[in-house]
Design a binder for this molecule. Sequence first.
Ligand SMILES: [Zn+2]
Length: 88
Amino acid sequence: MARPFRCPKCGSHDYAIVLTGCNLTNATLEEMLTWDEEQQDYVSGGSVVVDSEGMENEGATAVCAECEEDVTEAVRQYEASQEPATEA
Ligand SMILES: [Zn+2]
């Protein structure tokens, strides 16, 4: 059973990971388009990598979904604590 990540600032469990400087091999990307009534135009939610054969990236940043605080270090510690101690 996994424990959820908790933002050190606001306590939210939701966060986004932003990867920069990616080299993608044979990737599938998905772009979500939402109709904006006021602007009478589509708004792009950005491209999301659905699948790829290989990915190298220079840096990953984690951002809290609630307060938009940089939680990179907290997520790194959380992920390290989630690693199974020993496989039996
Ligand atoms: Zn937060």
